[in-house]
Design a protein around this ligand. Structure first.
Ligand code: NAD
Length: 493
């Protein structure tokens, strides 16, 4: 494996590389706690400078008036840059987040794919002539919003950054990207690539820093016309309140507590492979992780025993080892929070079928064993609240009606998995479940062409898909007179 230099820690402030003047951020490698880079995050003053430069860059007619096919070419060049730097991006992200190199390589490739898909969608988006009710031409056109703040979490940075930056730029905006403090580095690499691809200075800023400082500034600043947020539900609620004050559109991709449903006719081994991947890949640090497993009572004990045996075979270890399936969590503080939630579940009466502890022999790394808990009802705290770690709760169910009721009895509504050979039943259940995404006999599969988002506490709005660019535009109606005659009401001249 090739080791790459980490970004030097300067921020990208409206197109200028500058040392931050905000609070210190220390990026560490979660597998052993070693330091990647120490940097100063963005202060409010840094943010103000970025906003001023972004306003100027966005107002430039060369950018506002750039034809869609030319902007698409720019997005393709950014995709080229990501692909040319795939190994570097993956390395930086693995050091920054502890994710396996296999996963970060796939995330980087998906980020390039996002830029390419967005470029293609941009070139083929039409504005509409609407039906007139008089002698005029009516058009519905779309304009950039201006400045967009993109606020992202630490769990899949390059992919979630691209999911916001690509459509926001495609729509003709300037973007102020704020990555999470635990993963500040890979977004800075994206800025370097975009700059090298020829993105005009000021159109993309990367401002890692504290949510309460730089994040707040971006949300509250009058010049920012939209916030696109991915992160926790509590933070999302705060942002939505602030956005309401400004009457600003906001899109929120939030948390989850996704049900996976196994009917008695499911193919057992296919299902077990899907469940393992659905909940334990990314060490469970995934908004869509299938963390509540409902198994039909007739097969429950047999199925769960086999699942536990399979879980014990998962390889926990070094994220750079290609054999590793379960890497460390992002930070020891987060790991300790997950361990505390498992302890609380134990105290509430959970039976720990496997895991539930820090593995031995892996030193100071932020590791936690894949964990399966049983014996608690769907209403128990650990079954209600997002853990964001490798923790699965198993629950029995009786029939279709029972499992639909239990699966929907949760504040979140992000995703759902259904495992059955009975396709009419799969269809009925998929339509009855209140989540943004349903996977049938598969899990955690994504296509940039398919809209993604949550219901209930899992969020507002959708990303991806052809409509993804429109979410960063303002719609305008234009009426153009075709008669050249004065308006009769005026009786003039
Ligand atoms: P978080 O809410 O703590 O932070 C997310 C981002 O918001 C970070 O950049 C953070 O610095 C910033 N932030 C925090 N407070 C802020 C404030 N007051 N104003 C502005 N910005 C602020 O979430 P996290 O711990 O980084 O990420 C984990 C969460 O993200 C989980 O709940 C997970 O489910 C969710 N998530 C959702 C999706 C999705 O698509 N639905 C995808 C990935 C992660």
């Amino acid at each position: 494996m090739t080791a790459f230099e980490m970004p030097d820690g300067r921020l990208h402030v409206g197109g200028v590389w500058e040392a931050g003047t905000g609070a210190e951020i220390v990026s560490t490698f979660p597998a052993d706690g070693s330091e990647n880079r120490r940097l100063r995050g963005a202060s409010r003053a840094d943010g103000e400078r970025a906003i001023a430069r972004a306003l100027k860059a966005q107002a430039d007619p060369a950018w506002r008036g750039m034809k869609a096919h030319d902007r698409a070419r720019l997005l393709h060049r950014i995709a080229d840059g990501i692909e040319a730097n795939l190994d570097r991006i993956a390395f930086i992200q693995t050091r920054d987040t502890g994710k396996t190199l296999r996963e970060t390589t796939a995330l980087a490739a998906s980020a390039a794919g996002t830029f390419r898909y967005t470029a293609a969608a941009l070139e083929t988006l039409d504005d509409a002539l609407t039906v007139p009710r008089g002698d005029y031409l009516t058009m519905s056109v779309h304009e950039p919003l201006g400045l967009v703040a993109a606020i992202t979490p630490w769990n899949s940075p390059i992919a979630s950054d691209a999911q916001k930056v690509a459509p926001a730029l495609a729509a003709g905006n300037a973007v102020l990207l704020k990555p999470a403090s635990w993963s500040p580095l890979v977004a800075l690499e994206l800025a370097r690539i975009a700059q090298a691809a020829g993105l005009p200075a000021g159109l993309l800023s990367v401002l890692p820093g504290a949510g309460r400082e730089i994040g707040n500034l971006l949300v509250e600043h009058p010049a920012v016309g939209k916030v696109s947020f991915t992160g926790g539900t509590a933070t999302g609620r705060t942002l939505a309140r602030q956005a309401a004050e400004k009457l600003m559109p906001v899109s929120l991709e939030l948390g989850g507590k996704s049900p996976t449903i196994v009917f008695e006719d499911a193919d057992i081994d296919l299902t077990i492979a899907g469940i393992l991947y659905g909940v334990f890949s990314s060490t469970g640090q995934s908004c869509i992780a299938g963390t509540r497993l409902f198994v039909q009572r007739s097969i429950h004990d047999r199925f769960v025993a086999r699942l536990v045996a399979a879980t014990r075979t998962l390889k926990v270890g070094d994220p750079f080892d290609p054999a590793t399936q379960v890497a460390p969590m992002v930070h020891v503080d987060h790991r300790d929070g997950v361990a505390a939630m498992v302890d609380a579940a134990r105290a509430e009466g959970a039976e720990v079928l496997c895991g539930g502890a820090v593995p031995e022999g892996l030193g100071q790394g932020a590791y936690f064993l894949p964990t399966i808990l049983a014996g608690l009802p769907n209403t128990a705290t650990i079954c209600r609240e997002e853990v964001f770690g490798p923790v699965l709760c198993v629950l029995p169910f009786e029939d279709e009606a029972d499992v639909i009721a239990q699966a929907n009895d949760n504040a979140y509504g992000l995703a759902c998995g259904i495992w059955t050979r009975d396709f009419p039943r799969a269809w009925r259940v998929a339509r009855a479940i209140t989540t943004g995404t349903v996977w049938i006999n598969t899990y955690k599969q994504f296509s940039i062409a398919t809209p993604f988002g949550g219901e209930k506490d899992a969020g507002i709005g959708r990303e991806k898909g052809r409509e993804g660019i429109r979410a960063y535009m303002a719609q305008k109606s234009i009426y153009l007179d075709l008669t050249g005659r004065p308006m009769p009401w005026a009786r003039w001249p």
